[in-house]
Design a binder for this molecule. Sequence first.
Ligand code: ADP
Length: 273
Amino acid sequence: MAEEIIKIENLAYAYQTGTHALAHIDMTVREGEKIAVMGSNGAGKSTFFLNLNGVLQPDEGTIAYRGKVIGKKDLNELRKNVGFVFQDADSQMIASDVQGEISFGPMNLKLPREEVKKRVDEAIEYMNLNEYRNRPPHYLSGGEKKRVSIADIIAMKSEVVLFDEPTAALDPLSAEMLEEVLAKMSAEGKTLLISTHDVDFAYRWAERIVVFCGGKIIADGTPLEIFQNEAVLEQAHLKKPAMFTVYETLVEKGLVEDGSYPRVPEELKGVLK
Ligand code: ADP
């Protein structure tokens, strides 16, 4: 089994308004995992992510990174290792051009000038942003802005990347590009946690799905385990992925043998041969 990278124990967080957004969260994340975080609006997913990358600090419980419990003085270390791609890219962007934007993170790490430049160039290359290099980030399209915010994290060389609903508001082509980038990041060993309402995406992409409801984790398992669990789906208001329903219908009608659960159309074609 891959090494533990983040261990969360008995985490609780309440906002100053008195809202108890998270309670008794226990979870271990292993290196290289592809985790979808699901649950209705207000379930606590964003608050969980904000605790994971040190923007918020737990009221109770602990977060350990590679075996070391994070205290107040380790927050910068946590923020460097756990990158956060926010849903709304605009809220993140402050520089007057794309390369300036991407250089913020490495500059904050107080890296030498040459290293900052190298990292910015690499991130621009990685996200295919060369033609946008000198453009103001605010005038880019939604998909392009998303690429810039991912480049920000690439330049930080974060080992773990949290994405808050990355496919929301992306057109199909940008969403496809995003999935290619996710595949590339996984192939390089990055650990990815993605909050999403998109059950079809979660089903084809994730190895593990963690379901939040009312500030607690109510289920944690493989996509198959989660989407077969009617009680969890009902409690978290999740629908079944289309591919899952199609396959179950084919099994029910005796058209295919039970067991393989294809996740993408190519796999379904294979089952129907
Ligand atoms: P999700 O990401 O699953 O939609 P959130 O983590 O945003 O859930 O919200 C969890 C709970 O915390 C909700 O009840 C929400 O209203 C509350 N909440 C979120 N952000 C704030 C905030 N900045 N101040 C006060 N309450 C908040």
